[in-house]
Design a protein around this ligand. Structure first.
Ligand SMILES: [Zn+2]
Length: 74
């Protein structure tokens, strides 16, 4: 398992478990780890994401996204 998993800077919006929209608001910008530094909420219904919930959703989105685009050939 790679020790340096490279988190890309383009954060994918996570699907809201309440309304299903993929529109997030973040307060406090992006932290040094490439993740939102502050709380994340749904832009549409205002659902506040738990940190854990957000990270899980983000992982799912990343997997779905890489399946769509294929492996990036940089
Ligand atoms: Zn929502």
């Amino acid at each position: 398992m790679a020790a340096n998993d490279n988190i890309s800077n383009n954060l994918l919006p996570v699907a809201c478990p309440v309304c299903g929209e993929c529109q997030n608001t973040t307060a406090g910008g992006i932290g040094a780890d490439g993740l939102p530094a502050g709380p994340v909420a749904c832009m549409v219904c205002g659902h506040p994401f738990q940190r854990d919930e957000y990270l899980r959703g983000l992982e799912l989105r990343r997997q779905a996204f890489s399946r769509l685009t294929g492996p990036a050939g940089e």
